[in-house]
Write a protein that binds this ligand. Structure first.
Ligand SMILES: [Zn+2]
Length: 141
C-alpha cells in the first residue's frame, strides 16, 4: 500500500485541464509511474457522461494499462473529478474501488471555485488519506 504519491505540478495541471474540459460531467483517468512517482497522466473518457459518476472507457483503460506495462511501470493512481466540490470518495467510489495498491485521486471543484486535489487508498471499504507530494515544474525522471 502506498502512503505517499509524488506528482509534479504540471501533471496536476494536466488532470485539471482534463476535468475542466469535461464539465459539467465528471472526468477520469489513470496515472502510471515508478516507485510512487507519477511519470505519465493518461486521461480517459467518462462513458457515463454524468456529473455524479464515472466509468472510464474500456479502450482508454486498456491503452493506458498497456502503455504502463510497456514502460515497465506500475498503475500508481486512478483519478476522477467531483464537480460538486466533495473532497472525499463517494459510496459508489468506495464500492467500485478494485485496486487496493493504487492511489485514488479526487479533483474537487466547489461551484465557481478552484480545483483541489486529494489522494486516498481505498481497501475493503475503508478509506485512508494519502499525502500528495507535489513537485514544481514538469516530470524529471
Ligand atoms: Zn467520485
Amino acid at each position: 500500500m502506498q502512503n505517499k504519491l509524488t506528482i509534479s505540478k504540471d501533471q496536476i495541471q494536466e488532470m485539471i485541464a482534463h476535468a475542466q474540459a469535461a464539465l459539467p460531467n465528471e472526468a477520469c483517468g489513470i496515472l502510471g509511474g515508478h516507485a510512487g512517482r507519477v511519470q505519465t497522466v493518461y486521461p480517459g473518457e467518462n462513458v457515463e457522461n454524468s456529473p455524479v459518476i464515472y466509468r472510464m472507457k474500456p479502450q482508454d483503460q486498456l491503452r493506458a494499462m498497456h502503455a504502463i506495462q510497456l514502460s515497465g511501470g506500475d498503475l500508481l493512481g486512478i483519478f476522477h473529478s467531483h464537480t460538486n466540490g466533495s473532497t472525499i470518495p463517494s459510496e459508489t467510489d468506495i464500492s467500485q474501488a478494485h485496486y487496493p495498491d493504487a492511489v485514488y485521486i479526487i479533483l474537487a471543484r466547489p461551484p465557481n471555485g478552484a480545483w483541489k486535489t486529494f489522494g486516498y487508498n481505498i481497501t475493503k471499504g475503508n478509506i485512508h488519506k494519502i499525502t500528495l507530494q507535489v513537485e514544481p515544474g514538469p516530470y524529471v525522471g
